[in-house]
Write a protein that binds this ligand. Structure first.
Ligand code: NAD
Length: 259
């Protein structure tokens, strides 16, 4: 078998529509030789329908990262699909959510309950998901990759999702610290803006996206999730063997531009 991910077994969370970054990651992973298992949240029949548009069939396991029972049963469900004793080589965390009052310019008035939800679903879940799958990941030595949006600066309207991404970046580093001796790498891809369902729920997304039209030295296409998905595939592969706790920017270069 040939391909960047030949023979690898990879779990991909976060497929919702065909514009999901996770959909393109799962597609690329299959094209590069991996066996893929998906998890879906809430609208499972929709996720199953979208999954059928992948090059090969992929099973869908239900996972709400706020549901402790789902997390506790996840490794066993993966074993049911992949076979007992084989383990996982990679996990893709492509999950984020913030209640409406945590986005859109209401930063100073957002209640803690909404902030807590945003941080739990978008950042803490990198830890819960990784630990739920650790027995499978440490079997083969694994790569965990999460999706980030640059949290070094304050963006218009992004508000508590921005704070959640800062928490995700720190969670990535601490996980990488604690799982290094279990042979598990943890990294993030910090992507530029992409028109997905998550993006549509951010009021003022177009305003944010405009920055990319004028400032990306190598250009950026809002309608193309493939560059971000390729970054994820690279980090899942054997070509970053000594990289962990890292944030790889796949953003057309915007993060390093001064003006
Ligand atoms: N679209 C962008 O502009 C952009 C840019 C940089 C990073 N990202 C990040 O990429 C990731 C994927 O987003 P996307 O743009 O593909 O949008 P998307 O809407 O397709 O994906 C978000 C996913 O999060 C899942 N989710 C929400 N709450 C969940 C829960 N409680 N349990 C499990 N899953 C849950 C949704 O079901 C969905 O599949 C997110 O982390 C997002 O912040 C997106």
């Amino acid at each position: 078998m040939s391909g960047l991910l030949a023979g690898k077994r990879i779990l991909v969370t976060g497929v919702l529509t065909e514009s999901s970054i996770a959909f393109h990651t799962a597609r690329l992973a299959q094209e590069e030789g991996a066996e893929v298992v998906l998890t879906g949240f809430g609208r499972l029949s929709l996720v199953q329908r979208i999954a059928r548009r992948l090059p090969k069939p992929a099973p869908v396991i239900e996972l709400d990262v706020q549901n402790k029972e789902h997390l506790a049963g996840l490794a066993d469900q993966v074993r049911e699909h992949l076979g007992a004793g084989v383990g996982l080589d990679g996990v893709v965390h492509s999950i984020a959510f913030a209640p409406q009052d945590a986005l859109g310019g209401n930063f100073l008035n957002t209640e803690w309950e909404s902030v807590a939800t945003a941080v739990e679903v978008s950042a803490y879940s990198l830890k819960s998901l990784t630990i739920a799958l650790l027995p499978l990941l440490e079997q083969r030595g694994g790569s965990v990759v999460g999706m980030d949006f640059d949290a070094q600066v304050a963006w218009p309207k992004y508000d508590w999702m921005g704070v959640s991404k800062a928490a995700l970046e720190a969670t990535c580093r601490y996980l990488a610290r604690d799982l290094g001796d279990r042979n598990v790498r943890v990294n993030l891809v910090s992507a530029g803006p992409i028109k997905s369902m998550a993006a549509k729920s951010i009021p003022g997304f177009e305003e944010l996206a405009d920055v990319w039209n004028s400032r990306a030295p190598i250009g950026w296409d809002l309608a193309d999730p493939e560059p971000a998905a390729r970054g994820v595939a690279a980090l899942l592969s054997d070509w970053f063997p000594k990289t962990t706790g890292e944030i790889v920017h796949v953003d057309g270069g915007v993060h390093m531009m001064g003006a």
